[in-house]
Design a protein around this ligand. Structure first.
Ligand SMILES: Nc1ncnc2c1ncn2[C@@H]1O[C@H](COP(=O)(O)OP(=O)(O)OP(=O)(O)O)[C@@H](O)[C@H]1O
Length: 314
């Protein structure tokens, strides 16, 4: 059977006493765009650095295309194009000179080198900046230039840390197209962002990383469904204010948590039970004298869930 593009097994990364990545297990199939999303400090960059062999994990194994990155580092690395977050660009070079320098470092020369530079410049749509000085580029253009540099040696696996940051909508759409084309040609792309919508449209699969833990991974649809399906919020309106024991009463009921009052008659709470459990709860409410006149369910967005996790310190 063909090995996955990336296989991460029991990965743990510590910085001194700080645990940055906690027991991550993840297989990423070939030929897809996989998005790792998580708030600042979730551990995305640490994971990417470990994949690019720039950081030694505390524990765990990483395989790129079936090659152990420790025992077969050269083989594994030759397949990787890594674009770091905030990649530095030499300011005193022209765009083509910058790419020429790296193409040479990858062993390209002569017409092969200039053809590849032209191809990469075309892929990121920077033809008109060919002779521009790097320090005259906008942040989005610089990101595209670094992406071109990352693709010079035709890596089968692209690892892109927050590549869309600083890009305007047009550039982002362009980036999506570039990555899609690379996948069609058989490459695999691993991309990170702390902005979920940036990834949902671009990726085939998603992983949710939070405080070093991979909370979920799977198809974009599946992850969104599972994560936002977690703890739906029930909103109820009572015909009359429920009195002082209401919140205590409600908190004692099964499957209820996080009760919030919006006004004296309107409340919301998270509910983990099934529909028939909720029907039973509503019956109990009425029997206890709490006159429910309206009930609705709201599924929270993934951003809201991640924000809650931040504040809860989970
Ligand atoms: N060199 C380091 N020394 C100590 N702690 C670090 C170091 N690098 C990262 N960390 C910590 O490890 C955790 C994970 O950081 P990391 O940069 O991997 O997260 P991230 O998801 O990429 O965040 P961001 O979106 O802000 O770039 C954070 O708490 C961070 O403060």
């Amino acid at each position: 059977m063909e090995p996955p593009a990336i296989s991460i097994q029991d990965l743990r990364i510590d910085y001194g006493s700080h645990l940055a990545v906690d027991n991550m297990n993840l297989d990423i199939p070939k030929g897809i765009i996989y998005g790792l999303v998580g708030p600042n400090g979730a551990g995305k960059t640490s994971t990417f650095k470990a994949l690019a062999s720039l950081l030694k994990p505390t524990i765990g194994k990483i395989f790129i295309d079936g090659h152990d990155i420790v025992t077969h580092q050269r083989l594994a690395q030759s397949n990787i194009g890594y674009m770091p977050d905030m990649a530095p660009v030499a300011s005193d070079l022209k765009v083509w000179e910058f790419l020429d320098m790296f193409a040479g470092a990858h062993g390209l020369s002569g017409s092969e080198k200039s053809t590849r530079i032209d191809e990469c410049i075309a892929m990121v749509n920077l033809h008109s900046e060919y002779h521009a000085m790097c320090n005259s580029l906008s942040r989005g253009m610089m990101q595209r230039l670094v992406l071109a540099k990352t693709m010079l040696h035709r890596p089968r696996l692209l690892i892109l840390d927050e590549p869309a940051s600083g890009m305007d909508i047009k550039s982002r759409v362009g980036l999506r197209q570039i990555l899609r084309n690379l996948c069609k040609e058989g490459s695999t792309v691993l991309i990170s962002s702390h902005i979920l919508p940036e990834l949902t449209e671009m990726c085939d699969m998603l992983g949710i990383l939070h405080r070093g833990k991979l909370l979920d991974s799977g198809s974009v649809h599946g992850v969104l469904h599972r994560m936002t399906g977690l703890l739906p919020e029930i909103q109820i309106r009572l015909a009359v204010p429920p009195g002082m024991h209401w919140k205590e009463w409600l908190a004692e009921q099964d499957f209820v948590s996080n009760i919030m009052g919006q006004d004296v008659k309107k409340y919301s709470f998270h509910y983990e039970g099934e529909d028939d459990d909720l029907a039973e709860l509503l019956q109990k409410m009425v029997a206890a004298g709490y006159l429910v006149c309206r009930v609705s369910e709201r599924k929270r967005s993934l951003e809201e869930i991640l924000l809650d996790l931040e504040y809860d310190g989970h």
